[in-house]
Design a protein around this ligand. Structure first.
Ligand SMILES: CC(C)(COP(=O)(O)OP(=O)(O)OC[C@H]1O[C@@H](n2cnc3c(N)ncnc32)[C@H](O)[C@@H]1OP(=O)(O)O)[C@@H](O)C(=O)NCCC(=O)NCCS
Length: 183
């Protein structure tokens, strides 16, 4: 299907396509809620995630240990917050091999009110990639978003991130551009 606007989709034209969301978890992988005790491991995976993202043109990564300790505390808070969902993928050897996180946000102000699932992080360890783990994590997040009555899901992706086809496969469509300039 092609967008009406040659440069992308208008938000209200994006079709709802729930058939794409049937979850099939890869063999030997368990997708479950993260626990507060895993906050340090999540912070380490988030660090690896932004390091990968920097290689696709993203922002430089913090070298301060205190940033990662603060992030671990943030994860702990999010795991206990009903508006957030942090999921992990665990291997049969009880190793965390990936995670995904999202927040149910209320869009309001100048806009008609609606709840939106903002997907803030997705990461899978390099040796576990291309087995459908990220797809399973994302589908489980989308299912939660629907459960908490989000009307849509959104995320940001760097222009040069090769993961774009994964999101397209899940029904995400480009409707906005994020601009940056030096000062
Ligand atoms: C993006 C990421 C989470 C995908 O994890 P994954 O478990 O390998 O994803 P899946 O197996 O569910 O889907 C793989 C498909 O997504 C696309 N894809 C995802 N990452 C890709 C990459 N680095 N290079 C090429 N294609 C990629 C391809 O279509 C791929 O299909 P294929 O394996 O048949 O070629 C993982 O590559 C990662 O952690 N990357 C670094 C962090 C990152 O960029 N996160 C996303 C921020 S928006």
């Amino acid at each position: 299907m092609r967008p009406k606007n040659a440069r992308g989709w208008h938000s209200q034209e994006i079709p709802r396509d729930v058939e794409k969301d049937v979850t099939k978890v890869p063999e030997g992988i368990d997708i479950r809620l993260a626990c507060p005790e895993e906050a340090q491991q999540l912070s380490a995976m988030a660090r690896a995630m932004v390091t990968d993202m920097a290689s696709y043109g993203g922002h430089a990564v913090s070298t301060e240990q205190s940033s990662w300790d603060e992030l671990a505390d943030m994860f702990k808070g999010q795991i206990e917050d009903a508006d957030y969902r942090c999921l992990v993928a665990e291997s049969s050897e009880a190793k965390l091999v990936g995670f995904a996180g999202g927040e149910a946000r209320l869009l309001g102000g100048a806009f008609e009110q609606k709840r939106t699932l903002h997907i803030s992080a997705v990461y899978v360890l390099p040796e576990f990639r291309s087995r459908g783990i990220a797809e399973s994590l994302l589908k489980a997040l989308l299912a939660w978003g629907r459960e908490v009555e989000c009307a849509e899901a959104e995320l940001n992706i760097l222009r040069d991130n090769p993961a774009y086809p994964l999101y397209e496969k899940l029904g995400f469509m480009e409707f906005q551009r994020h601009l940056l300039r030096r000062l």
